[in-house]
Design a protein around this ligand. Structure first.
Ligand SMILES: NC(=O)c1ccc[n+]([C@@H]2O[C@H](COP(=O)([O-])OP(=O)(O)OC[C@H]3O[C@@H](n4cnc5c(N)ncnc54)[C@H](OP(=O)(O)O)[C@@H]3O)[C@@H](O)[C@H]2O)c1
Length: 258
């Protein structure tokens, strides 16, 4: 596929890098107004342009990774040049219905919610679309499956997906930071503590994804009766470990919904 990403910022560049590394049969163009900071992408075979309409007629898929207030300007530039295109939008808060109204019936509106781990082939990208666009959405689903996992969800869960998958990256990083800080207190330099904490989280996640079990089943394998792990876990829970995370996620969702 020829993939045209409009908005070469944090997310757009991550997706472009992910495609270049993990979905090599596709050709990528990335656009933004000021291209100086992303010209290095050209070394990886990615086309960089400040013109949103650069060869857009040939694109099989257009991905929007711009801020909500930039959407009308961008669509004003590209719509006169395209028809029968699939437009996948990562723009927070822009519904499929709203996007479809803006792009007209000749194009298909797909809503995606990736995260910046797309760059490492490890994004959790939730995808929503209307039944009429099921066929066109298959390419989008297949692409994001190559960049991690890509569940198709009911669009009414898209705000929740934003919190769990996009904000969730920050939540997971904060867990790793806390674990690393504790690691320093119990004797490691910060680099070693970070390496151990990050790899331990990666290992735990890989076991879960591989075995498709419930976390408690794996926890049970690590917690020896009267051992140090269950003592630490219970102490953390007494200080609100799980409940503070659940409250944080629900607060983020409330904030999104306004
Ligand atoms: N970051 C995440 O983890 C994440 C995850 C899921 C969804 N999202 C959503 O994805 C969107 C982008 O987020 P982000 O964090 O990547 O923001 P960002 O880093 O600010 O990227 C937005 C990019 O759009 C470019 N841009 C602005 N106006 C443009 C125009 N008229 N034509 C072409 N490019 C234009 C900007 O570059 P110039 O100013 O040089 O044009 C900028 O590089 C947002 O709607 C966000 O909610 C982000």
């Amino acid at each position: 596929m020829k993939i045209h990403i409009i908005g070469g910022g944090n997310l757009g560049v991550s997706v472009a890098l992910g495609i270049a590394k993990f979905s090599k049969n596709n050709q990528v163009t990335v656009t933004r107004r000021n291209t100086a900071s992303i010209l290095h992408l050209e070394n990886l075979g990615i086309t960089v342009s400040s013109d949103n309409t650069h060869q857009i007629e040939e694109a099989d898929l257009i991905i929007l990774t711009i801020k909500p207030y930039q959407v009308d300007t961008v669509l004003g530039e590209i719509l006169p040049k395209i028809s029968n295109k699939t437009i996948a939008s990562a723009v927070s808060g822009l519904s499929v219905e709203h996007l479809q109204n803006k792009i007209g019936d000749s194009n298909s509106a797909i809503r995606i919610m990736p995260n910046i781990a797309a760059q490492f082939g490890a994004s959790a990208t939730c995808i929503a679309f209307r039944e009429k666009d099921k066929e066109n959405a298959q390419n989008v689903v297949a692409l994001f499956q190559e960049l991690g996992t890509a569940p198709i969800i009911d669009e009414k869960l898209m705000d929740a997906a934003t919190v769990l998958a996009a904000s969730g990256t920050a939540f997971a990083l904060r867990y790793i930071r806390a674990s690393m800080q504790a690691g320093i207190e119990i004797g490691f330099d910060w680099q070693t503590a970070l390496a151990i904490s990050a790899q331990t989280v990666k290992g735990a996640a890989e076991m879960l994804l591989e075995e498709k079990g419930h976390p408690e089943q794996l926890i049970d394998r690590v917690t020896t009766p009267q051992g140090c792990t269950i003592a630490g876990l219970n102490e953390m829970e007494m200080h609100g470990f799980s409940s503070s995370l659940i409250r944080g996620i629900k607060t983020s969702l409330k904030q999104i919904k306004g």
